[in-house]
Design a protein around this ligand. Structure first.
Ligand SMILES: [Zn+2]
Length: 306
C-alpha cells in the first residue's frame, strides 16, 4: 500500500524536490546538530554516529542513533513530539543501538503521531530495517514488552512505521516527510554491509549524510549534488589498506567526492583513534581536491548553511 502511494507520488515529488533543490536556501531556518561524532570505540569520549536536523527550531529528523544519541537528544532539548522521521544509514551497532532507547523514551512523551523509520533493505549479512525492528520489538523480539509500538492489534499512543529502502538500484529513491521536507537515499558501498546515504531537503537547503562507505559505488556525489552541508565519515587515515579501506573512505576520497558534488560546506565526523589528532594531515588531503570550508565535528556542535 505504502509502495503504491510512493509510486503514485513520484512525479509530484520529483517536481517539488527539484523546486526545493533550486530554491534559495533559507539559512536562518535550518540547522544541523551533531549528537554523536564518534565511532564504536569506548574510550573516545564521544557518542557514536547520530545527527539531528532542525527546521524552524524544531528537531524534525534524526539520522542514525548510535550509543549516546538518546542522552544527547535530551541534552539539546529536542522533543520526541516534534520528530517526523528517523533514518538509519546501516545497522552496525554504532549507528543503530539507541533505537530501543528512543522507543522506550517515547512512552514518557506526549507523542500521538506515528513515527517513520527509514533504513536499508537487508542482504546476505544484515537484516532489513523491517526485520531489525521486528527482531527488537516484535512479539518474539528481544524487547517484546514494547511490541505495542509495532503491533496494530495492540493499543499504543503511536506506532513505529518502518520502511526498508531498496538496494537493488544504484539510483536515488525519494520519501516525502510531511509537506516541508523530502528525504532521499542512495545505496553506498560499506564492504559487505547493507548501507545507504541520506539527503534531506527543506526550506531550499540540502543536508547530506554519507554514513560509513568507501565510494566503490560512486553514488554519493550524485545524491549530495549542490548540498549546503555534507557530513562525511573519517574512520580511516590516508594510509588505510585491507579491510579498513574496504569499509571506509580515505581523506583524499572525501575531498574528491565533496568537490565532485560541489557542496558548499563539509563536516567531518565519525572520528576515531585512527584519525583523531591527525586533523591537519586530514585537512590537507581533503583540500587537494575540495576548496570549500571543512569543519571537524564534536558532539553537540551546530552547523548552519552559509
Ligand atoms: Zn560506523
Amino acid at each position: 500500500m505504502f509502495k503504491k502511494q510512493i509510486s503514485g507520488l513520484v512525479l509530484c515529488l520529483l517536481l517539488s524536490y527539484t523546486a526545493m533543490a533550486e530554491a534559495q536556501c533559507q539559512k536562518d531556518r535550518v540547522q544541523l546538530q551533531v549528537l554523536g561524532s564518534g565511532g564504536p570505540e569506548l574510550d573516545d569520549g564521544r557518542a557514536s554516529s547520530s545527527y539531528l536536523v532542525w527546521l524552524d527550531n524544531k528537531a524534525l529528523a534524526l539520522v542514525d542513533m548510535g550509543p549516546g544519541a538518546s542522552v544527547n537528544f535530551g541534552r539539546v532539548a529536542a522533543r520526541l513530539e516534534d520528530l517526523k522521521v528517523m533514518m538509519l544509514t546501516h545497522l552496525h551497532v554504532d549507528h543503530s543501538a539507541d533505537l530501543p532507547a528512543f522507543v522506550k523514551g517515547a512512552f514518557f512523551s506526549q507523542r500521538q503521531n506515528d513515527l517513520t523509520l527509514l533504513g536499508p533493505e537487508g542482504n546476505d549479512l544484515m537484516p532489513s530495517t523491517d526485520q531489525f525492528v521486528s527482531r527488537l520489538f516484535g512479539r518474539e523480539g528481544a524487547f517484546s514488552y514494547l511490541s505495542n509500538y509495532v503491533d496494530p492489534q495492540q493499543n499504543s499512543a503511536f506506532k513505529l512505521k518502518t520502511k526498508s529502502v531498496t538496494l537493488s538500484s544504484k539510483e536515488i529513491s525519494y520519501y516525502p516527510i510531511g509537506k516541508d521536507m523530502i528525504s532521499s537515499a542512495i545505496p553506498v558501498h560499506h564492504g559487505p554491509i547493507a548501507a545507504v546515504a541520506w539527503r534531506l531537503d527543506m526550506a531550499g537547503c540540502a543536508i547530506t549524510f554519507s554514513g560509513d562507505m568507501n565510494n566503490e559505488y560512486q553514488t554519493l556525489e550524485k545524491l549530495a549534488l549542490n548540498s549546503d552541508i555534507l557530513v562525511m565519515h573519517n574512520a580511516v587515515p590516508e594510509s588505510a589498506t585491507g579491510a579498513a579501506a574496504h569499509l571506509h573512505m580515505t581523506p583524499s576520497k572525501i575531498g574528491y567526492i565533496a568537490e565532485q558534488a560541489k557542496v558548499k560546506q563539509l563536516v567531518i565526523s565519525h572520528r576515531m583513534t585512527r584519525t583523531l589528532h591527525n586533523e591537519s594531515n586530514t585537512r590537507r588531503q581533503i583540500k587537494q581536491s575540495y576548496r570549500g570550508p571543512v569543519s571537524f565535528a564534536n558532539d553537540l556542535d551546530r552547523f548552519t548553511p552559509f
